[in-house]
Ligand binder design. Structure first.
Ligand code: NDP
Length: 335
């Protein structure tokens, strides 16, 4: 069993040395347990938080502990009455080939065209996009919705759901190729390259009626460009702040809090953070509607597959630099 453990806590951006590949004997499942073989491993930005011991909403990975992660796995041996060999499950096996489970946290895969979708469009990222946009963002037809990391797992779905709801959708992405795909493949009205020198001006031009919903996933320079464009009664679901996940210190320069608080007050902006766990009871509602949209061809979903568990650290480092194009998934083994 190959597995990646946390070798050291990163200082700034994670490096390959922060991960250690180990090889251990595959454990035998005891009575009431199953042995799982990982087929797909999801790589997600939150894992950067788990590598750090700063206080957060979930405990950190221990030094020497297996890196956490959701997986689609196949039951290879079962001493558990709920599972038989061959079953496909959603599991939190982490960054390893095999794991033993007593069934806690395991779910049999629902009906879906591709098992890997359980980690993407029909899984945690899709659920996050759906609830963050619809429950907190409350987009109305004709409103302008801006979403960053626009071709990523969450952002690509936020924008497409906003289009289904009749909104004017403007994406922000890193690079011309991603921006073109946001328009051509995802149907966004516009998409602005966050690396452009005149990024803020281009964003303002693409949002002639201001911004009603800003789905916040990145923070930093993108948020600075968005803030002056927010309309009266704008909504800002705060989903993530990836631009600052590697930061060791607060940014240099003047304190912008008064500017932000002033805008929130004067424009009566609703800013609400959320962690998708809290919505768990509403997963069936999401699953039903997203499955229908997929079947109707209203949602397209790009997956960025990387072959081989051994490539997980490099792929994860790339995720925090915008190298992924779509939902990043490690293909660990064939079914
Ligand atoms: P993505 O597939 O969108 O990949 C991350 C993307 O972030 C990169 O491709 C890159 O896109 C963008 N990015 C990276 N660094 C920066 C930067 N410095 N400035 C601006 N953009 C940057 O990841 P996910 O869809 O899985 O996650 C998106 C966000 O949602 C993350 O912030 C994540 O933490 C958050 N999240 C929150 C959840 C919650 O419960 N609150 C649940 C799930 C996700 P590009 O180069 O195109 O800009």
């Amino acid at each position: 069993n190959r597995r990646f453990v946390l070798a050291s806590r990163p200082k700034g951006a994670p490096t390959a040395q922060d991960f250690r590949l180990e090889s251990v004997k595959v454990s035998e499942p005891a009575e009431g347990e199953v042995l799982l073989r990982t087929l797909y491993l999801s790589l997600d930005p939150y894992m950067r938080g788990r590598m750090s011991d700063a206080p957060s909403y979930a405990p950190p990975v221990e030094l020497g502990g297996v890196m956490v992660g959701e997986t689609v796995a196949q039951v290879v041996a079962s001493h558990h009455e709920g599972y038989v060999a061959g079953d496909l499950v959603l599991s939190d096996s982490g960054w390893q080939d095999y794991a033993v489970s007593n069934g806690t946290g395991l779910t049999k895969l629902g009906s879906m065209a591709k098992p890997s979708w359980a980690l993407g469009v029909l899984g945690m990222p899709g659920f996050t996009a759906y609830m963050g946009l619809l429950d907190i963002g409350q987009p109305k037809a004709g409103e302008t919705v801006v979403v960053a990391a626009a071709t990523g797992a969450v952002g690509s779905l936020v924008g497409q759901i906003a289009k289904i709801k009749g909104c004017h959708v403007v994406g922000v992405a890193g690079g011309a190729d991603k921006c073109r795909a946001a328009i051509d493949e995802l149907g966004f009205d516009a998409c602005i390259d966050r690396n452009a020198a005149d990024f803020a001006d281009q964003l303002a031009t693409a949002c002639p009626r201001g911004i009603d919903v800003y789905f916040e996933s990145v923070g930093g320079a993108v948020f600075n460009a968005v803030l002056p464009l927010l309309n009266l009664s704008a909504r800002v679901p705060v989903c993530g702040l990836i631009a600052q996940y590697n930061a060791e210190h607060l940014p240099e320069g003047g304190d912008r809090t008064p500017l932000l608080m002033g805008a929130i007050l004067v424009k009566r902006i609703k800013v609400q953070g959320f962690i998708i766990f809290d919505y768990a009871p509403r997963y069936p509602e999401f699953f039903k509607e997203m499955s229908e949209w997929l079947a109707q061809g209203k949602i397209s979903f790009r997956e960025d597959f990387v072959d081989g568990l051994e490539n997980a650290p490099q792929a994860f480092i790339g995720l925090l630099e915008g190298k992924n194009f779509g939902k990043l998934v490690i293909k660990v083994a064939d079914a």
